[in-house]
Design a protein around this ligand. Structure first.
Ligand code: SF4
Length: 324
């Protein structure tokens, strides 16, 4: 049994490097440093927003946490138990506790299965319930996520985008998980529907003490749901703090640039616009020193040669920048 206050998930120095193979003999000629030593923990009923541009490694990080891709090194603890090296059979009970919601609800739902079967499938796979019990549990899940039980026999194409994401959420809830990884779960939805789905996720969190790892390229989307935010750039976390500190006292130039794209509701408050130049460099050959130096407006010579460590500059506020 987990000790009180043990995080639901604790990640230490997690790395995922994909080999780059070339030629007839498929020799390894390099690596994609998709995730390069990240650490964080999430408590019960808490949300960590993991933010960064596309290509920064956040999706791979989410999958490595769930061991949907095998980490290269590092540690993953679920309620204090190390699961990083567990066999598939040993991992099975932990898989039930950790579920994922995908970005595109249409491509993640099997078009040949009814919505009821999609939501009930995890129960079937884990041998949780007989047909009658399963149908009752699926009907309760449908009602809880705001779908009508009459819709259980419909197919995914008969639902709207927002309803399909509700099916994805009901499926993720089926086994009573403790942690849900949301990989851009609202990015494909209209703004008004995004708010509804985020409100549903927050209600479910309060009811069930769920923990979320909420992955998004958009800081505005994670603001309301997150208790803490980690900003990722080229496989590394460059800033990590509680949500209020990130939005009022961001310290890393990359976070500042992401924030400048977030609309401010009060027209009296002006945020300085910082447009990021260029794209995220290739994670196969990341820039030397501080990975961000090729796009940073404050870069000095030291930034090109020396990698800044992630330092705690205020209680709970970590930043990786030589100038902070
Ligand atoms: Fe910019 Fe240098 Fe700080 Fe990196 S270490 S964010 S390049 S100022």
């Amino acid at each position: 049994m987990a000790k009180p206050n043990t995080p639901v998930i604790e990640i230490k120095d997690l790395k995922k490097h994909f080999p780059v193979k070339k030629g007839l003999l498929r020799r390894t000629v390099g690596h994609v440093y998709a995730v390069d030593g990240i650490s964080f923990s999430i408590g019960a009923g808490e949300t960590l927003g993991l933010v960064g541009e596309s290509g920064c490694g956040k999706t791979t990080a989410g999958r490595a946490v769930l061991r949907l891709v095998e980490p290269t090194s590092g540690s993953i603890k679920v309620e204090g138990t190390e699961i990083t090296k567990m066999s598939k059979a040993e991992l099975r009970p932990y898989r039930r506790q950790m579920q994922i919601i995908f970005q595109d609800p249409f491509s993640s739902l099997n078009p040949r299965m009814t919505a009821g079967d999609i939501v009930g499938e995890p129960l079937l796979v884990h041998g949780v319930a007989n047909t009658k019990e399963r149908n009752e549990q699926v009907a309760a899940l449908f009602a809880r996520v705001g779908l009508r039980t009459a819709q259980m026999s419909n197919y995914p194409h008969q639902f709207s985008g927002g309803q399909r994401q509700r099916i994805g959420i009901a499926r993720a809830l089926a086994l009573g998980p403790k942690l849900i990884v949301g990989d851009e779960p609202v990015s494909a939805l209209d703004v008004s529907i995004q708010a509804q789905v985020i409100n549903l996720l927050m209600d479910l969190q309060r009811e069930r003490q769920l923990s979320y790892l909420f992955i998004s390229h958009n800081l505005a989307v994670v603001e309301h749901i997150s208790h803490q935010i980690a900003v990722m750039y080229l496989g590394r976390i460059v800033e990590h703090a509680d949500t209020r500190s990130i939005f009022t006292r961001a310290q890393h130039p990359y976070t500042e640039a992401l924030l400048s794209a977030v609309p401010v509701p009060d027209p009296a408050i002006k945020r300085q616009k910082r447009v990021l130049q260029g794209d995220v460099p290739s994670p196969v050959k990341p820039p030397s020193g501080c990975h961000f130096h090729t796009r940073c407006p404050y870069a000095v010579d030291r930034c090109k040669v020396e990698s800044p460590p992630l330092r705690e500059i205020a209680p709970g506020h970590h930043v990786s920048c030589h100038l902070r």
